[in-house]
Design a protein around this ligand. Sequence first.
Ligand code: FES
Ligand SMILES: [Fe+2]
Length: 356
Amino acid sequence: MEAIAKFPHRAPENSLPRGCTFEEEDWHILAKHWYPVALIRDIESSGLLSATLLDEKLVIYKAGSDIVVANDICTHRGVPLSMGSNHDCLGVRCPYHGLQFGQDGKCIKVPAHPDNAIPGKLHLTAYPVILRYGLVWTCLRPSADGQDEKMPFMPHWDEAGFQQINCPAFDIAGFAGRQVEGFLDVAHFAFIHTDTFADAENPLVPNYRPQPTEYGFEAKYYSDVPNYPNGVENTAPEGFVWLRHFRCFPPFTAQLTVHFPDEGRLSILNAASPVSARKTRLFCPIARNFDTDLPVQDVYDFNARVFAEDAAMVEQQRPEQLPLDPKMEAHIPADVSSIAYRRALSKLGLSRFFIA
Ligand code: FES
Ligand SMILES: [Fe+2]
């Protein structure tokens, strides 16, 4: 589906969500970036969803061919619109007095006064939307032209011969920064992923070096740890070296391309959407050019197991937030990507302790 970007009724510049769990300055920095809030297929099938992004409660609804993301609060008497209905997919209808909201969050119907003009103050605070990688992305505080904060990039998604797979969203009771750092971490495979793909006998991490890029940084990691699910025969030729090419798009998106034998490629986007400072909804589009005839349910199931292995760590890490002060945790040489990630977050201006 083509990307669309709209810039309807803007939120007041300095307002924070009710019950915000972030430091005020951190929130305003994070709110300038784009995050996914739903799978396109879910909103296409239901017409109406709710989500929370950076503590802001959102309603997502269909209005004709548009998908609208707006504050989940009726401008009339404050009822959550996600409690309403959208039977005809022309816009969400509030359950309390039946006001209906359509494209761009505009109020299009006041049933008590059908012949009156509709005042602009009834329109919702709506946010720009981009549809990409099977996901609905939004930004709570876009710049005037919407162009200064770039969207993450996922190689191979639109290439011929690649299958597009979108895993169901996965909820984590932990901070997005801890989750993304774990995705970039290559030293934990042999300890927590042994039930899914890793080899407990192979914990070594060969040297690798992250390189800065225009969007953040990348790291090419070569090792002999195969990427086949446990139970699937390792058909890689003797001595095959696996390349895992990571890209990091601060603050909370990373991407990994795994280079399989015979030019096989597995591209995974790890888009950690920060629900709050202590909750994360992980979206994970995948593109691959092999096994394209195998059931996608197997991919969903396998990845859900890998995510659960990671979440078991991320949900228990203390402090819950990611310390950006390099002296707060000890590091080993395998952590060069983690350190690059923390530096990239610092460069965005986030506070050193990233207080939640
Ligand atoms: S509270 Fe929504 S229509 Fe009155
Ligand atoms: Fe992991």
